[in-house]
Design a protein around this ligand. Structure first.
Ligand code: ATP
Ligand code: MG
Length: 162
């Protein structure tokens, strides 16, 4: 799918909605993991910012390139009025990881990666997942990002929506 800046945001929000659906279906054995693949500047962090926006995270979401891992607390359910509530299915934390600068995958383990993988109330969004492929669960949801031109990117994934 070819996306401009706004559509990238809409796509990220769709993925967030999808993750909440998975969480509600309660089949998860641990954290829901998204693996964002693609070159430098292909839109992975931009996607994550909008993804986090859906969860009403109050802090500014910035690239974790130098700190490797950041944790964000998901907001409280929102009453939309007319009996509608936007809730997050019990998801309470989002971890944003950038594996680009890791020299060996084990560096992630030092940051407690195994423990957060077991957290059923967490979503992990990881840039450069290729760097830590062996540490990621087999049901990791990979998304491919490709630079098309200055304002346009392609996003692709090949797992089924719920
Ligand atoms: N359609 C688009 N979707 C996403 N980003 C876009 C789009 N058009 C332009 N951009 C710009 O492209 C840049 C993408 O940078 P971003 O930091 O998201 O890339 P990245 O894939 O995370 O790179 P890195 O691997 O270095 O972390 C941003 O400056 C963003 O504003
Ligand atoms: Mg990035």
């Amino acid at each position: 799918m070819i996306v401009g800046r706004d559509e990238m945001g809409e796509f990220a929000e769709q993925m967030a909605t999808q993750a909440v659906e998975w969480q509600k279906s309660e089949h998860n054995s641990g954290a829901i993991v998204f693996g964002l693949k693609g070159d430098l500047g292909s839109g992975k962090t931009t996607f994550t910012q909008r993804f986090c926006g859906y969860f009403d995270i109050k802090e500014e979401v910035t690239s974790p390139t130098f700190v490797i891992q950041k944790a964000y607390h998901v907001g409280q359910p929102v009453d939309l009025g007319a009996g509608k509530i936007k809730d997050f299915g019990g998801i309470s934390k989002i971890y944003h990881i950038d594996a680009y600068r890791l020299e060996i995958p084990q560096e992630l383990e030092v940051l407690g990666f195994k423990r957060i993988l077991e957290d059923k109330d967490a979503i992990i969004v990881i840039e450069w997942p290729e760097k830590v492929a062996d540490l990621l669960p087999s049901d990791t949801k990979y998304i491919d990002f490709t630079f098309i031109d200055e304002n346009t990117r392609a996003v692709e994934y090949n797992w089924a929506n719920a």
